[in-house]
Each structure stands twice: as C-alpha cells, then as structure tokens.
Design a binder for this molecule. Structure first.
Ligand code: G1P
Length: 277
C-alpha cells in the first residue's frame, strides 16, 4: 500500500512571471481550484491521505490553503457561498500535510531527496502538480497504485506517447516489448531531455511516479546531469539497470500546465466539462 505522496513544489515558475512573483505556481487556478489541489485530490482518489510537500521561499500560501480559515468560514457560513469551500474543507479534515523546504534549486532528484525526511523508509508516490490529469474514472495515481499491487518492489513511472520533436522536454524511456500487457513495460533505458537526434523512443515520463525508498540512497550518489541538476531520471536509470523500473501507459488525459499553452488548454477543457449553469 502506498500511503504517502510527495509533491515537489519549490520551483520558481518563471514561465508564468509576473503572475508567480508573489504566488506559488502550484497555486495558479484552473477555473477556481489551484493546481496543487487537483493533485491532492488525485492522491486521495488513490487512498493516500498523507501529503508531503517540498516547498521553498515564498510558498506560504500553500500551507494556508491546506488549513482551516476560521474568519472566512465564519463570514460565509450559512450563505450560498458555503458550498464553494466544501471540497477544500473536506481535504483539510481528511489529510495530513507536512512540509520541508528545499533551500537551493538543484533539480527534481534533489527535491525528491529533500523530501526523504517526510517520507522515511517506505514506498511513496510523487506527483508533479504541473502535469494536470483529468481523473475520469480512476485517476492516474489510482491506476498506478493498482499496478504497484501487482508488482511490488518496483518503481513505476507513468508514460505517454509524445511527438518525437517535443521529446527533448521530457524524461524518455526505452522499454522491453511485452506479450502479457499493452500498458505495463520493463524499462531498459531512460534519458532526461535527450537531444532531438538522439531520442531513443517517443515514450515520455509524465509527473507521476511510485518510488521505492532505495531511491534516496541512489539519489545521494547521483551526479548532476543535464542542466547541472540532479535528475530523478538518472537515479531511476540505476534501478532500471537492475530490472526494478516499470513504465505504465496510463489511461486518461494530461495537460502540461507548466507551459502557458497547456495551462490555457486545461482551462478550456475543464471549463467545457464543468457545469456552467
Ligand atoms: C520533469 C522530469 C521529466 C519529466 C517531466 C514531466 O521535468 O525531469 O523527466 O518528463 O517532469 O513533466 P521538468 O518538467 O521539471 O523539466
């Protein structure tokens, strides 16, 4: 059973400046809900109620969002606005949130390692709130936790096919063909943001991982990779070489909300879906 979900949330969100000057990018809303709340709801759908958030300077709004707000709640109590707080109130009551700060931005691998203190010695999920997934039916994390039940002791990365020309924006995996499954594959190689002419496949990692705690030990010895940052992809490659990493082609729709285009696409999609009456 996966009981904890780690949310790396220390990044500056420079692509959204000036909006992210004083507001954490994870708090930018798609309609009325911040990106991070979508992520937390996805974790809850996978029966995870312990949220471990790696934050940084200027991210205090995240802690306030996942807490009671007595004055506001008192003000709107008994009015038609009360209903708007229902979901977040439920989240705050059902989940535990813990935080640690990443002092320096040294990459996703470094952010995950920073979260070790909150996770301890157990398997855990990682969710990047920038990658917003529409939870139709089972959420992506729920699907992955079911895969994990069948293949415990493995790390699992969620993948989707992307056009080769955009593969240099992702961690790309090479997998062993499988006769048993059309969605679960053994990873044999992985590379972070490959050069376009060296792209090994079109299977890109999206921001959902299930990791074994041994990843922390591996991260401690992983050298900075592309961009001079400690990459989770490079650490996972060490485990993939030992046959311990699976790629899971998830069912569902995902939006890259780390880019303005993806953010607008997600906004339009959720607006059309939502009951606008
Ligand atoms: C990170 C990971 C990358 C993954 C991507 C998914 O990159 O390093 O492997 O494909 O998230 O969104 P970032 O988007 O932080 O550059």
């Amino acid at each position: 059973m996966i009981k904890k979900c780690l949310f790396p949330a220390a990044g500056y969100g420079t692509r959204f400046l000036p909006a992210t000057k004083a507001i954490p990018k994870e708090m930018l809303p798609i309609l009325t809900k911040p990106l991070l709340q979508y992520g937390v709801e996805e974790a809850m759908d996978a029966d995870i109620y312990t949220m471990a958030i790696v934050t940084g300077r200027g991210k205090r709004a995240i802690e306030d969002h996942f807490d009671r707000s007595y004055e506001l709640e008192h003000q709107i109590s008994g009015t038609s606005k009360d209903i708007l707080m229902k979901d977040i109130r439920e989240i705050v009551l059902k989940c535990t949130f813990s935080y640690t700060r990443q002092i320096a931005m040294k990459g996703l691998g470094h952010a995950v390692l920073t979260g070790e203190v909150l996770i301890g010695d157990e398997p855990f999920a990682v969710l990047l709130a920038d990658d917003l997934c529409d939870n139709v039916g089972k959420s992506v994390l729920k699907q992955m936790s079911e895969v994990y039940k069948k293949f415990p002791e493995h790390c699992i990365v969620a993948v989707e096919e992307v056009p080769k020309e955009s593969a240099n924006r992702y961690g790309i995996v090479e997998v062993e063909p499988s006769r048993e499954s059309s969605s679960i594959f053994k990873v044999v190689n992985m590379v972070e943001k490959p050069e376009i002419d060296k792209v090994p496949s079109n299977l890109a990692i999206i921001g959902r991982y299930i990791l074994m705690p041994e990843i922390f030990g591996v991260l401690k010895t992983t050298k900075p990779g592309i961009g001079g940052e400690i990459q989770i992809t490079d650490a996972l490659l060490t485990l993939a070489k030992q046959g311990k990493v699976l790629a899971y082609k998830f069912k569902g729709k995902r939006f890259d909300c780390g880019s303005v285009n993806g953010f607008v696409e997600a906004t339009n999609y959720f607006y059309d879906k939502h009951d606008n009456t």
